[in-house]
Unconditional design. Structure first.
Length: 299
């Protein structure tokens, strides 16, 4: 029997946990964790994502602010906004929704975000900390997948995980997380991509296969070994308006040991981990302000 991994159910349970922790934090600090989302342009998918993030924040008892800007916004104007948010002590998380319109220098803008408020974990300092195995924040989508594997009792230690896709948002950080000497990791990791030769031969080696390439129904049953765990990160809209993942769910579910559906798999966990990071940031900022100074060695 193939297990359908219920990301939505897990996300609901985790959001309830986060809401409880948020209420406790607000009660003891009188500070409400605050996430600011910056949305530039009118991309319909981005508008839906950002709206869902706002709703999730409010439901968890966090403050959510949205800054909407026209597609014509310059890199300099965005840098100015980011710097203002960096020094606003009422803001704990800054999320610049990607992709940015052509003409905005994405890297410069992400690099300008205060790494302590970088709840996406895209800043080079946070990527570096993760690669050294001492993360400040885990990037949201890979962190959600890790949580789903742990809470589904799927042990990755010593297993071969094949990640298909090398994006900075999912593929690369997924590999970085799973290769760490840590709980929910310790895997042998292969990152495959568009230039990989003999991809089906590689994916068939995977005890776990994570697909994040944005191509509808790309992974087919002949590309996995029987019993493999299949994690589908894709969210693709077909011409008839329905959503599908990067995995051909109907065929792959007959061969896989466990599989995530789309919708209702990985997607809801991404926003959940964003809430987790925002709460972590608010707690860290408050403890820094309120905690006594570090003992000094002088004298
Ligand atoms: N666009 C698609 N996914 C993401 C994400 O996780 N964070 C941001 N900032 N933009 C995205």
């Amino acid at each position: 029997m193939t297990t359908i991994l219920d990301g939505k159910g897990l996300a609901d349970r985790m959001r309830a946990e986060i809401a409880e922790e948020t209420a406790a934090f607000v009660a003891r600090s009188s500070i409400r964790p605050c996430l600011v989302a910056v949305l530039v342009g009118e991309d319909p998918a981005s508008r839906i994502y950002v709206r869902n993030k706002e709703k999730a924040c409010e439901k968890a008892g966090m403050e959510s602010r949205l800054v909407r800007l026209p597609a014509s916004t310059t890199t300099d104007a965005l840098l100015h906004l980011v710097r203002e948010l960096n020094v606003d002590s009422g803001v704990h998380g800054i999320l610049v929704q990607l992709p940015l319109p052509d003409g905005c220098d994405e890297k410069r803008i992400l690099d300008a975000i205060d790494p302590h408020k970088d709840v996406d974990a895209f800043h080079p300092e946070n990527v570096g900390l993760l690669s050294q195995g001492r993360p400040r924040y885990l990037p949201c989508t890979p962190a959600g997948i890790r949580e789903l594997l742990i809470r589904s009792n799927i042990d990755t230690a010593g297993k071969h995980v094949v990640v298909v896709g090398r994006s900075d948002i999912v593929g690369k950080p997924m590999g970085l997380i799973l290769v760490q000497k840590a709980r929910g990791a310790d895997a042998t990791v292969t990152i495959a991509h568009s230039r990989t030769k003999n991809l089906p031969e590689i994916t068939r080696l995977g005890d776990v296969v994570v697909v994040a390439i944005g191509r509808p129904k790309f992974l087919t049953a002949d590309m996995i070994k029987p019993g493999a765990i299949v994690i589908d990160v894709g969210i693709n809209r077909l011409e008839d308006g329905t959503l599908c993942g990067d995995v051909d769910f109907e065929s792959v579910k007959e061969t896989a040991g466990a599989i995530t559906p789309v919708p209702g798999g990985v997607g809801p966990l991404t926003i959940t981990m964003l809430l987790r990071n925002t709460l972590t940031s608010a707690i860290a900022a408050t403890e820094q302000v309120n905690s006594p100074p570090e003992p000094s060695n002088a004298g």
